[in-house]
Design a protein around this ligand. Structure first.
Ligand code: ADP
Ligand code: MG
Length: 239
């Protein structure tokens, strides 16, 4: 269970305001997509939620607990990035189990947790393989598996598919939507600059421009009632 409440959040890098007065509520189990042009602050917003960036002002609460000072490792959040450096000298099982090892889980327990994640991602038959023996899509699935083994409350994706070719992107989009079905209580926040990904995967979409939220709504709400020309053009609403 994980409700996220963001109020008046601002983030500056030196003198540049990168996020401005962001207000956002995300309910437990929602699949939220942040979209907007490159440089609008999507990654920064994700990174403030994860604790990888500090907040300049405002508040961030998860399940009613103020997170402003809580370190990233204590937030129950997992993140998958665009570049997914797997450990080349470790097989899939060890790549997926590594963070569990660091967290102090015993070998037997680790194996069970890894197996469970591998089942969810259709990687059961690949546990003994090394990254170089996997396709791009399989590697990306291992990267996702590495994040879900720890059963995070919140799962953050930062453009996880943008390095993949079009056919694979489509397959992974379906895989991630399926994963959402298997983890109904896990809140997922997905960053993309791809409108099709946003429109097909999101429960709700947050449109950002220059660090400001332009509109929040379901794909249908945004499509049929865009709040501005910018949103309409970005979403591709009919003129
Ligand atoms: P997006 O993910 O939407 O492409 P980012 O959140 O990465 O955008 O970046 C938003 C703005 O903040 C950009 O102008 C970027 O140059 C700036 N920025 C991001 N990270 C830093 C940083 N660590 N230091 C200074 N400026 C940064
Ligand atoms: Mg980004």
């Amino acid at each position: 269970m994980s409700d996220i409440r963001i109020r008046n959040l601002c983030k500056n890098f030196n003198d540049t305001e990168v996020l401005r007065n962001v207000d956002l509520d995300i309910s437990s189990g929602e699949f939220i997509v942040f979209v907007g042009p490159s440089g609008c602050g999507k990654s920064t917003l994700l990174r403030t939620i994860s604790g990888l960036e500090t907040i300049t002002s405002g508040t961030l609460e998860i399940d009613g607990k103020r997170m402003n000072e809580v370190p990233s490792s204590k937030r129950g959040i997992a993140m998958v990035f665009q570049t997914y450096a797997l450990y080349p000298h470790m097989n899939v099982a060890d790549n997926m189990g590594y963070s569990l090892k660091i967290a102090g889980h015993r070998k037997r327990e680790r194996l069970e947790m890894v197996r469970q994640a591998a089942r969810m991602l259709h990687l059961e038959d690949y546990l003994e393989r090394y990254p170089r023996e996997l396709s791009g899509g399989q590697r990306q699935r291992v990267a996702i598996g590495r994040a879900i083994v720890r059963d995070p409350k919140v799962f953050l994706f930062d453009e996880p598919l943008s390095n993949l070719d079009a056919a694979l992107r489509l397959r992974m989009r379906i895989e991630i939507s399926r994963l959402k079905g298997e983890l109904p209580n896990t809140t997922m926040i997905y960053v993309t600059h791809d409108q099709v990904e946003a429109m097909t995967m999101a429960d709700r979409i947050v449109v950002l421009k220059d660090g400001l939220i332009q509109q929040i709504g379901t794909p249908m709400e945004l499509y049929h009632n865009p709040a501005s020309l910018f949103v309409a053009e970005f979403i591709g609403s009919p003129k």
